[in-house]
Design a protein around this ligand. Structure first.
Ligand code: PEP
Length: 249
């Protein structure tokens, strides 16, 4: 594709103030040796607020892990896309499989959140991916096409988005699909995306996520149509996250 590479570190509910140095170390490395793509770290909201103030050079960005679809109001515990924008975040992950599983978020909810992120002027990182059961039943391509169809709002025709392909069974498991399976999935996602946003699909980063680590990054990132990575566990340590990013050339 013609998309600019994108790497996203999803810290999930991990990290304390003491771990902010990991974010600063990533910044330091990218400042010293520039990367020809975008680097985003999504720490817990508490740390995101500290991180945006601690970052000195605008070589990496901070993102949210989720947002509420509404702009503001009586939604205790929630954070709107506008709050992320106000903080200085550049991206918000939406539709992560953990949100889908633990908070019953369906494609419709993910679409509403994607729309909210675009409304706030930020880039949604829209996550999709099949479960192990769906993979075993041979339904992977059908499921991910339906997820693209159901999650991408019309507004994405005129503003940038990113897509994260994350097979649910590959997240945090140490398992990954074969290179052929990843290639096939990204091709199908790009086609489904083309139906929704036309030629912009070619400029949209479709990143792979699920047990991406320094030891498998090179071969996965070399797949045509894989425009970067969404990294969970291996993004918590700057050295690992950087090794994955640097594996992309
Ligand atoms: C994720 O949760 O987005 C993820 C890819 O996790 P991990 O890298 O730990 O599999």
């Amino acid at each position: 594709s013609n998309a600019k590479p994108l790497f996203v570190g999803n810290w999930k509910m991990n990290g304390f103030r003491a771990n902010l140095t990991e974010i600063l170390n990533v910044e330091e490395s990218i400042a010293k040796t520039p990367f020809h793509g975008d680097v985003v770290i999504c720490p817990p909201a508490t740390l995101a607020a500290l991180a945006v103030d601690a970052l000195k050079k605008s070589v990496i960005q901070i993102g949210g892990q989720d947002c509420h679809a509404e702009e503001a109001g009586a939604f205790t515990g929630d954070i709107s896309a506008e709050k992320w924008k106000d903080l200085g975040a550049g991206y918000v992950i939406v539709g992560h499989s953990e949100r889908r599983a633990y908070y019953q978020e369906d494609n419709k909810a993910v679409k509403a959140k994607s729309k909210a992120v675009l409304r706030a002027g930020l880039v949604p990182i829209i996550c999709i991916g099949e479960s192990l059961e769906e993979r075993k039943a041979g339904k992977t391509l059908e499921i991910i096409s339906a997820q693209i169809d159901g999650c991408i709002p019309d507004e994405a025709q005129s503003a940038p988005i990113a897509v994260g392909y994350e097979p649910v069974w590959a997240i945090g498991s140490g398992l990954t699909p074969t290179l052929e399976e990843i290639s096939e999935a990204h091709k199908v996602i790009r086609e489904a995306l083309h139906k929704k946003i036309g030629d912009k699909a070619d400029l949209t980063p479709i990143v792979y996520g699920g047990s991406l680590k320094p030891s498998n990054a090179k071969e996965i990132l070399a797949i045509l149509g894989v425009d970067g990575g969404l990294v969970g566990g291996a993004s918590l340590k700057a050295v690992d996250f950087l090794e994955i990013i640097r594996a992309c050339d």
